[in-house]
Design a protein around this ligand. Structure first.
Ligand code: BGC
Length: 837
């Protein structure tokens, strides 16, 4: 067995050991002065007195009111904003310089909206394709996730806006996210689930961290002393503040003691009633509370927030350049997974008719659902972008192919006749009464008319109401033009119930992620039908939608029309995937495509031989039934408001695709590392991460399972060759760095960008290690025929693993292989290096 070399000291020594600058010492003493002037009540109000998205200010002490907002794909403050591609697309771009610019641009927009803290990026590791929030995260590899998170954080914080690394830690599924504990061994936690957070702290110098909803190893993240204090603050030297995720606290004293600094979105638990007795009887000390205030004020100081005028002055948010960045991300992230016989790019000259088909084709699907969703200033659908770029000589037509989910079809409302009477006046719409409590109690906070009930964004509800602990009642009448059976569908998070003509037909009056429920009701032509819909929202995501339609309308027509269009067109661009209602925070989604999309794909493939599929989702879907019959497959992730333009440019060859997968795509769900460990099958509210460190490509490598598309894979319209691998040394000691150089040549006739990947393989180890692990990468643009030398530097971290006995990262001396690949399964160059003591 090898002898260990311990990487002693770690960063704690570096941070604690480096002497503070004069400015830092001055800042700390200014902060101490403010703390000295604060009463205990004021201190407690600050850490638990957050008002939704605001940390309260204090005029007497000169403390500003500080506004926060979600986050990583744009500013979500209830107003329209630039909608960038989904966070997973950032990882698929592998372009740290570009993602740095995204961070800067979002920060500028935030500042222009008087926001100082952004609640992202999310960086939870992808275990299974079902996780409803994969699209908000950075893929399966801790190194890649750490680098992309850091790039984003640095950009954002360079522009003076605080970034928040979330959700700390191991929030890797969204089913039962408040309840199910993520259980794993210490090595797995440190090697897979913590490194992106560690990089955010130590490389990104992130200002804030958000704890997760889930317990980790049985202890809620918001009161997990090991995670918050031992690891984050002590071991990594984090000096900013930790906030809880929204409504994820259970014990104020427990949270305060464990190291939580701010409770969000209000002091439900960290308040005077719970903390004062604990301060009196010694369970807490005032120094513990002071430390929380110090952490918050330290961030105010560091970012210059005390002087709000100066802080917000000179911000030059520019919509045009932000739109260009959003477009560039989609250009660089869209991943070409299949291109049979070089079917793409399309040659306009030879095409007369294009059929754009599928639910994701039009209108635009910019992002997944939940707290990250941004209402775009403007957006373009795939259909619109393809039509525009195809030019006048090509006829581009669209068919949806599946019927719209009933509850979101605005036409249903427009053509319907919801109305109510105010005195003698007939008002179109439903009367909406809104309450600032969950039980429709007391007088309404406000009353207004709602033409439709289709709410899932804070801006949808009346101003000042908030989006938690609220309820609403809609009442009115409706008429139908045809006697028959009607399907009423409601989708809601949390509780909802519906009465039609005084009969209760739906009763879902309990906490739940967004669920939908359809009920059939017979209605007579011309009759006034009385409608009462009640809704409440406790915590977490908020959504309520109501729709109705004649049973069995449209269904087959929609597919038939699409098939007919496909049959008479030269080629089909088939746009499938999920959207903000079907893939979202708050619940998990299936591995299979939703609605009737698989049926649609199969029928379209029969009708036309030239089908390119555009897949929009946070990750992989079941594709065995159709993949090999397609000509091309482009993964568009969620492309944001400009993304359709980028995808059209790629289809027609104006842009050469260069995204690569930040996630392994399995052939079958059974092939995934977490197949038997993802769900809480025994319902004991614990998920045991029994696959350990072997998640994603680490699992496929270990078991020699062929993925459908491997981690790091993505095609280009050109090809690249690799040569001349050189290492700076054949032998290094653990403290030395290693410089790796090689050349990449663009062998084709088109310009393009290549993402080269460096993996380290430990040939022999005292513990089981992955066959290889990503330790560096580089994205380089090469003109046709051009050769470039790529240099990558790695250090001891690249060879180390987490040693449970010493609780440290260690390097064992011995032989390691340096693998240079175009993907994790396409290794082009290899060399050996010996690490000596
Ligand atoms: C989400 C967080 C988000 C917060 C505020 C929570 O439901 O989990 O990611 O930042 O809401 O919107």
């Amino acid at each position: 067995m090898r002898k260990n070399i311990i990487l002693s000291g770690l960063i704690l020594v570096v941070i604690a050991g480096c002497s503070p600058t004069n400015k830092q010492s001055q800042d700390e003493s200014d902060i101490q002065k403010i703390i000295g002037q604060m009463t205990l009540d004021e201190k407690i109000e600050m850490i638990g007195g957050v008002n939704d998205f605001f940390i309260k200010g204090n005029k007497r002490l000169g403390l500003p009111e500080v506004k926060m907002s979600d986050a990583t794909v744009g500013v979500r403050d209830g107003n329209p904003a630039i909608a960038y591609p989904a966070t997973i697309a950032y990882a698929a771009s592998w372009d740290t310089a570009l993602i740095n610019k995204v961070g800067e641009a979002i920060a500028s927009e935030a500042k222009s909206k008087k926001i100082s803290i952004m609640l992202g990026p999310g960086m939870n590791i992808h275990r299974a394709p079902m996780c409803g929030r994969n699209f908000e995260y950075l893929g399966e590899d801790p190194f890649l996730a750490g680098k992309m998170a850091t790039a984003f954080i640095k950009g954002m914080q360079n522009k003076g806006v605080v970034a928040t690394a979330k959700h700390y830690a191991a929030n890797n599924q969204d089913f039962s996210r408040h309840l199910v504990s993520s259980d794993m061994d210490e090595r797995t936690l440190h090697e897979i689930y913590l490194p992106a957070f560690k990089a955010s702290v130590q490389e990104g110098n992130v200002g804030a961290v958000m704890s997760a909803y889930n317990p980790v190893n049985g202890v809620y993240s918001s009161q997990n002393e090991y995670l918050l204090t031992e690891v984050l603050k002590k071991e990594w030297g984090f000096d900013g503040f930790v906030m809880s995720d929204w409504v994820s606290t259970y014990d104020g004293v427990g949270c305060a003691k464990a190291g939580l600094d701010i409770e969000m979105p209000s002091g439900a638990h960290m308040n005077k009633d719970s903390l004062l007795p604990a301060l009196n009887d010694g369970r807490l000390t005032e120094e513990m509370i002071d430390d929380k205030i110090r952490r918050i004020l330290r961030i105010y100081k560091r970012f210059g927030m005390f002087d709000q005028t100066a802080y917000f002055a000179g911000n030059n948010f520019d919509t045009a350049s932000a739109r260009k960045i959003a477009l560039d991300v989609a250009r660089g992230a869209t991943t070409l997974l299949r291109n049979q016989d070089n079917f793409l790019p399309l040659k306009k000259e030879t095409i007369k008719t294009i059929a754009v088909i599928g639910p994701n084709g039009h209108p635009a699907v910019t992002g997944g659902g939940g707290s990250s969703f941004v209402t775009a200033y403007q957006q373009t659908s795939f259909y619109e972008a393809i039509k525009k770029l195809a030019g006048d000589q090509v006829a581009v037509n669209y068919e949806r192919g599946t019927k719209l989910p009933r509850f979101i079809e605005p036409a249903l409302y427009k053509n319907s006749s919801f109305y109510y009477f105010q005195g003698n006046e007939k008002i179109v719409g439903l009367k909406g009464e809104y309450f600032k409590n969950k039980d429709l109690e007391g007088a309404p906070f406000t009353t207004r008319t709602d033409v439709m009930v289709n709410f899932d964004k804070p801006g949808d509800v009346p101003p000042g109401l908030g989006i938690e602990n609220i309820s609403a009642r809609w009442t009115g009448l409706m008429k139908v033009e045809k006697t028959g059976t009607y399907d009423f569908t409601i989708s809601g998070d949390d509780g909802f119930r519906l009465w039609v003509n005084k009969k209760q037909v739906i009763d879902q009056w309990y906490d739940q992620p967004e669920m939908f429920k359809t009920v059939a009701v017979d209605l007579q032509k011309g009759q006034d039908n009385e409608i009462v819909l009640e809704y409440y929202q406790g915590g977490g995501g908020a959504a309520i939608r109501l729709g109705y339609e004649l049973s069995n309308t449209n269904k087959n027509d929609a597919i038939e029309r699409a098939v007919a269009l496909a049959a008479k067109s030269d080629l089909v661009v088939l746009c499938v995937g999920f959207d903000y209602k079907t893939e979202s925070e708050g619940f998990d989604r299936p591995f299979n495509l939703p609605e009737e999309q698989e049926l649609l794909i199969n029928l379209i493939l029969k009708a036309n031989k030239n089908v390119s599929v555009l897949l929009s989702s946070g990750g992989n879907v079941e594709m065995q039934g159709w993949l090999t019959q397609t000509k091309a497959l482009l993964h568009t992730w969620y492309p944001g408001q400009e993304g359709a333009v980028a995808v059209a440019e790629i289809l027609f060859g104006d842009v050469n695709p260069s995204g690569k997968l930040p996630v392994s795509f399995e052939k079958r769900w059974e092939d995934n590392a977490t197949y038997s460990s993802y769900f809480d099958d025994d319902k004991d509210k614990r998920v045991n991460y029994s696959e350990g460190i072997f998640v994603g490509y680490r699992h496929f490598d270990k078991n020699n399972t062929e993925p459908q598309f491997p981690f790091g894979f993505g095609l280009s319209y050109t090809t690249f060759s690799y040569e001349n691998l050189k290492l700076s040394n054949e032998q290094i000691n653990a403290e030395d760095g290693l410089t790796v150089t090689f050349t990449v040549k663009n062998d084709g006739t088109r310009d393009g960008a290549e993402i080269s990947q460096l993996y380290v393989s430990d040939r022999e180890s005292s513990v089981p290690r992955p066959v290889k692990e990503l330790k560096s990468f580089n994205k380089t643009f090469l003109k046709a025929g051009e050769t470039k030398e790529i240099t990558m530097k790695i250090n001891k971290d690249a060879f180390s693993f987490y040693d449970v006995a010493t609780k440290k990262w260690i390097v064992e001396p011995g032989d390691f292989e340096i693998l240079i690949g175009s993907s994790s399964r396409d290794i082009r160059l290899k060399a050996q290096v010996k690490v000596i003591e």
